[in-house]
Write a protein that binds this ligand. Sequence first.
Ligand SMILES: [Zn+2]
Ligand SMILES: [Zn+2]
Length: 393
Amino acid sequence: MTNIFELKQRAIKNIDDARDELIQLSATIHANPELAFQEFKSAAMLCDALERHGLKVERGIGGLETAFRAEARGTGDGATVALLAEYDALPEIGHACGHNIIGTAAIGAGIALRALANDLPGRVLVIGTPAEEGGGGKIILLKNGAFEGVDAAMMVHPAARTMVTRGSLATSRVTLEFFGKASHAASSPEDGINALEALLAAFHNVNAMRLHLKADARVHGIITHGGVAINIVPEYAAGKFSVRGATRAYVTQITERVIQCAQAGAVATGAQFKYTVDDGLAEIIPNRAIARAFAENWRALGVEVHEPRPNERMGSTDMGDVSHALPALHPYIEIVPDGTPGHSVEMRAASNSPVGHAGLLNAAKGLAMTTIDLLCDANLMREAKREFVAAAK
Ligand SMILES: [Zn+2]
Ligand SMILES: [Zn+2]
């Protein structure tokens, strides 16, 4: 069998050879930002590139028009590794999360591995996952079976620091609705039931609870309906809360307490109360076995890899749910100076800059090299799976 080191060298060369094409692809997606579920041009460009390099592409999968799956089949019945592409942009600010780099890096790794297929004992998939920013595309794809048969999944996100094991917060969203009774606020307030006061009480109760939450918890809300005129006692009020925490289990606990806070407001005012909970996103469980291999590969390329800080700030991503379904890794590659916020104009500029392009190529190489490890080193895949099963318990 061809040795792993030599396969990795060939993958690196394939990515370097495709450099101009990959940068062009990333720049074109960056210049044409498309919102969640509307990524028609971006998905088409990524699929075209995969087809040009001989991968078999299925466009529109798992019930999502802008999702896709490309396959490079190796020689044996070995494992299946999925490389995940994201390519949605943010409203107004465009590609300020650098998903043009995420999508193109997955394609770069996919085409590099396709060229090695004769020497790979397994299967490589590139799965196009729409709507990471607020649509939970991966959760829909998971539910609709798009990840069936996948043994491990990876993607790389651009960031302000290179890390392989940084996690993410679990989230949920709660909508609170209060139904009172309208009356003239000056001449007959005693006949009214004030739905807005019930909602304000809910906010006060949540604020009273906040001190007693763990440090990583975040509870933040807005009022979406607060009455129609100042001389009418508000008969309807509604608000939304986002709850985040280190684990899905803790987020569920906090969410239940937010509902109790709101119920208390309803009791205090006599308003009727209704709530709906949207499950949101699970936290990422970084697979340590895959992370070790990934970090080693990046270090071999001269990329400096950092440990997450103890108080590392984190967001949330639908990759969390993938990591609860199979062994997964969501590493970060530095393209902006440490401390630069995500979703910023600085991040958008870097996503199409020489530093961004270098990050893109290193992301593609890391993905390709670690896929080779997972397909060719049965011990590594076994360890990744054992760890996944243990974490799920
Ligand atoms: Zn983002
Ligand atoms: Zn992002």
